[in-house]
Design a protein around this ligand. Structure first.
Ligand code: ATP
Length: 422
């Protein structure tokens, strides 16, 4: 069978890589893909981003199902469009994707359905936002309402910083329409974890747990990024915590959507903050898999992903059990010089070793130009290492990282540090 993966990041490379391992696969297309999906002989890049044209391509090529990676086509209604044309697609509808595409929608939804999250208020008036900050003090968190590629959140440690963030977003319009409304919320302390499940409209199938590393630099310093590395599983999510998150957050979210008249299908990602007393609260929802979490998670999945996707689009996820590699996977992101503010493109990438049973390198911002692999985006590669402990997985990943080079390459040297603590 033929499958299409929509997107061009490391997440999509990892999904396509896993799908292509299935014996039943004839071809995996990736639209538009990257330099890594172009080099992989089992994958074919398709240079189409327009959703109608993609649907035409799926019809003419006889593609059986489509998996959507990023949030933008989901918020743009790719699932609604494909379904209206009778095409099988795994992802949330535009209406369901509001859980991610509007923070105000997500917060109001959580409040309405009693899902634990930070206290908040939404503003479009600058003066009222400033007054709320003065009344509540710092630390406090300011978020652009709409999609801002992980960059629309300011965790303000001082009142000054908080007021500046409000001016940036509301008065100076830094995020355009996405920042025309802002959510201001209570600062939550604790440890973050990524909790991702698949939903087919009736059944919920949890994936392996993971933890991302949002800050650019070691020790969680520097600016927020799209994610500098992730590892799986996350020891903080013990079996008891897992059961609690399902009971208090995931199940009520899917049930709450249904009560509001929205059937949720697709990946649901709850970004959790677990406080010192062990109480999980929801920082955010994403309606897709995380990037870079997908890379270590897919590296550990043993079950045929094609079969999983078929159950997902046919509403039979209750009929499949996922089998995971017992080893830990650590994924280290290699980013371009200047990332996240102004990534420099064009550097030539060298030294990526071949995949082994312990390591695989997924591509994101890369392209093949005149036979050379070049940097084309902020996050360039994600090197995954597998090992019997976090420490061993780290060692394997960093041995590969040290073989790869491009001008100005940035990476953290401490991916998985929380796992080492446990
Ligand atoms: P992405 O989609 O890239 O994950 P986002 O733009 O949707 O990011 P959030 O996940 O809501 O933004 O926030 C980004 C980061 O900011 C979180 O991972 C967390 O580290 C921090 N953060 C967000 N809300 C809070 C909060 N209430 N208290 C403390 N930290 C927070």
């Amino acid at each position: 069978m033929k499958i299409l993966v929509v997107g061009s990041g490391g997440r999509e490379h990892a999904l396509a890589w896993k799908l292509a391992q299935s014996e039943r696969i004839q071809m995996v297309y990736v639209a538009p893909g990257n330099g890594g999906t172009a080099r992989d002989t089992r994958l074919v890049n398709v240079n189409i981003t327009d959703l109608h044209e993609l649907a035409n391509f799926v019809e003419s090529e006889g593609i059986s199902l489509t998996v959507v990676g990023p949030e933008t086509p989901l918020a743009g209604g790719i699932v609604n469009l494909f379904r209206a044309r009778g095409l099988k697609v795994f992802g949330p509808t535009k209406e369901a994707a509001q859980l991610e595409s509007s923070k105000d929608f997500a917060k109001a939804f959580m409040q309405r359905h009693g899902i634990p999250t930070a206290k908040y208020q939404t503003f479009s008036d600058v003066a009222q936002a400033h007054a709320y900050i003065d009344a509540n003090g710092a630390p406090i968190v300011i978020k652009a309402d709409g999609l801002a590629a992980g960059k629309g959140v300011v965790v303000a440690l001082s009142l000054d910083e908080a007021h500046r963030a409000v001016d940036d977003m509301l008065a100076d319009n830094r995020f355009g329409d996405a920042g025309a409304r802002i959510v201001i919320e209570e600062f939550l302390a604790g440890e973050e974890a990524s909790f991702i499940v698949m939903c087919d409209g009736k059944n919920i199938l949890p994936l392996a747990t993971s933890q991302d590393h949002k800050r650019l630099k070691d020790n969680d310093e520097g600016p927020n990024t799209g994610g500098m590395g992730a590892y799986s599983p996350a020891p903080i999510v013990t079996p008891a915590m897992h059961a609690r998150v399902m009971r208090e957050i995931i199940n009520p979210t899917i049930a709450g959507m249904a009560k509001d008249g929205i059937v949720f299908t697709g990946f649901l990602y709850a970004g959790l903050m677990i406080d010192a007393a062990g109480n999980p609260r929801t920082l955010e929802f994403n309606c897709r898999m995380g990037d870079p979490e997908t890379q270590p998670i897919m590296s550990r999945l043993k079950t045929d992903l094609v079969a999983v996707m078929e159950h997902a689009v046919n509403g039979t996820l209750d009929q499949i059990e996922l089998e995971w590699d017992r080893r830990t996977a650590v994924g280290v992101v290699l980013a371009a010089a200047g990332y996240p503010d102004a990534p420099l493109k064009g550097a030539v990438i060298e030294g990526i070793p071949a995949e082994t049973p312990e390591t695989v390198t997924f591509h994101a911002g890369t392209a093949e130009v005149d036979g050379q692999l070049q940097v084309t985006g902020g996050r360039v590669l994600c090197v995954v290492g597998l090992g019997d402990s976090v420490k061993l997985a780290q060692k394997t990943a960093y041995e590969v990282v040290d073989q790869i080079s491009f001008e100005g390459m940035q990476c953290r040297r401490d991916i998985g540090w929380r796992g080492l603590k446990h």
